[in-house]
Design a protein around this ligand. Structure first.
Ligand SMILES: *[C@@H]1O[C@H](CO)[C@@H](O)[C@H](O)[C@H]1NC(C)=O
Length: 457
């Protein structure tokens, strides 16, 4: 009898934990300070300062000198991008960079939007703030924060920003016009790096929350991919009443729940049982080849960066060509896994070389590759899926734009375990990991329809 009562209680407790407890948990906002040395007694300077990206002649001279001194290693015959960046092709890219690429022109493009810096938690946070030029009469403007990832930057969003702030002039519906705030993650681009250990995605979410509040936004949308999707997820977790809607291209579901594991084994045979659509089956199976081996092959960088970022990054911060190879290889393989078999890595199929090099230049001139790599250590250095935020659900209305070539496909049924209010899930017709950079138009449309759903609920 006692045993039965005990077992019943235990079962009830387990069920309760499984179905109810997780939902109630919220992620504490917390507090942090990342400046150098001890935290000062005085109040933080909250001023907002205009900023312009600028470089000196000396910096460019130094860059060219280093480029000219590069030592290349001949690629193996027929290897294309299978051993990493084909160095024969790298020479071509670098020759363009050295002789034809106009940084001056790219600076003009970068600076066409207003940039600012403001101090939050002891470090300078860089962001661009783009207000819509034409707002149709009577229309509300929706603020949206766009958060980039690695090895990207705020520049990833330059093609989508006009589609969001001025959709009418770009053949999109002007029913929903956005005001865009696009920050650099601390330690990326022109945001100061944390001087202290532990500045993880939750800390960055909190910093961006303070940024949005400082700019006067009480309610706003959030969109991100890569680290940006995790930062925005955390933002929705710490400030659920401020984030009106969360829109993601990558779904950071790292739980290995029983049903998820079963679905990996049985999902191909019994898709309906696990809520899989045909497209999920196409993208996930055969699981070992399409997902598991692919992830193992593509995630070596993560292991390095999550353990010894300062060692691995030292060479990159000293060699522009090394940096370009390291970064651009990701823009090849993460855009389309078949690009490893292309002699030129398929780089220019979806991007222009000017845009790709501009992103590399942002890392180079800011000297931020090492601090950008440290973000892996701060977030996954203690293991995948073990942080508190990993185990807490998200209640904010969520939209997912699922690109077919994303690093790992996450079916709706998996995403639902974490995001309890998914209002839109789109199998995007084409595109990979860098959705906004690669397919700005279909992504902007997806954000538009997601926001419409959130607001008509
Ligand atoms: C590297 O790329 C160039 C094209 O830029 C190509 O001609 C060459 O065959 C490629 N090399 C290898 C080893 O794949």
């Amino acid at each position: 009898m006692l045993l039965e009562i005990g077992l019943t209680l235990l079962a009830a407790a387990l069920l309760y934990r499984l179905f109810f407890r997780r939902k109630d948990e919220t992620l504490p906002m917390g507090d942090g300070w990342w400046g150098a040395g001890p935290r000062p007694e005085s109040e933080e300077d909250e001023s907002i300062r205009p900023f312009k990206v600028e470089t000196t002649e000396e910096e460019l001279k130094d860059l060219f000198q280093r480029i000219d001194q590069t030592r290349y290693t001949e690629p193996l015959e027929g290897s294309r991008f299978n051993y990493g960046f084909n160095s024969t092709h790298l020479r071509k890219v670098v020759s363009y960079w050295r002789n034809a690429f106009s940084w001056e022109k790219q600076l003009e493009i970068i600076n066409k939007y207003p940039h600012y810096k403001t101090k939050i938690e002891g470090i300078d946070i860089h962001y661009i703030h783009v207000k819509p030029a034409n707002v149709p009469a009577g229309r509300a403007v929706r603020p949206i924060i766009l958060v980039h990832g690695w090895p990207g930057s705020f520049y990833e969003f330059y093609r989508i920003i006009p589609l969001l702030t001025d959709p009418g002039s770009h053949g999109l519906s002007d029913e929903r016009v956005f005001e865009v705030i696009c920050p650099s993650i601390p330690g990326y681009g022109f945001s100061e790096a944390a001087h202290k250990q532990g500045c993880d995605s939750v800390a960055v979410a909190r910093i961006f929350y303070h940024l949005m509040r400082r700019l006067g936004f009480r309610e706003f949308y959030a969109h991100g991919g890569d680290w940006g999707s995790i930062v925005c997820t955390n933002l929705a977790q710490i400030a659920p009443s401020n984030v009106k809607g969360l829109h993601l291209t990558m779904v950071p579901v790292s739980s290995s729940g029983l049903s998820q594991m079963l679905s990996v084994v049985l999902g191909k045979r019994f898709p309906g049982m696990f809520g899989f659509q045909d497209e999920d089956v196409r993208r996930l199976f055969p699981f070992l080849k399409k997902v598991f081996y692919h992830l193992v092959k593509e995630s070596g960088y993560m292991h390095i960066q999550a353990t010894k970022p300062d060692t691995a990054g030292c060479g990159l911060n000293n060699s522009p060509v090394g940096l370009a190879a390291y970064i651009l290889e990701k823009f090849s393989t993460w855009t389309d896994r078949d690009f490893v078999d292309y002699e030129d890595g398929g780089l220019e199929r979806k991007f222009t070389i000017d845009d790709l090099l501009t992103n590399v230049m942002i890392y180079w001139v800011s000297g931020s590759i090492v601090s950008s790599m440290r973000f892996y250590k701060e977030n996954v250095g203690r293991g995948l899926g073990v942080a508190k935020h990993d185990k807490i659900q998200v209640t904010v209305p969520t939209g997912i734009a699922s690109f077919p070539n994303e690093l790992m496909h996450c079916p709706l049924s998996w995403a639902k375990q974490k995001y309890v209010d998914i209002v839109s899930f789109t199998y995007m017709p084409r595109g990979g990991h860098f959705g906004a950079f690669e397919e700005p138009e279909i992504l902007a449309k997806d954000i538009q329809q997601f926001v419409a759903k959130v607001e008509h609920k």
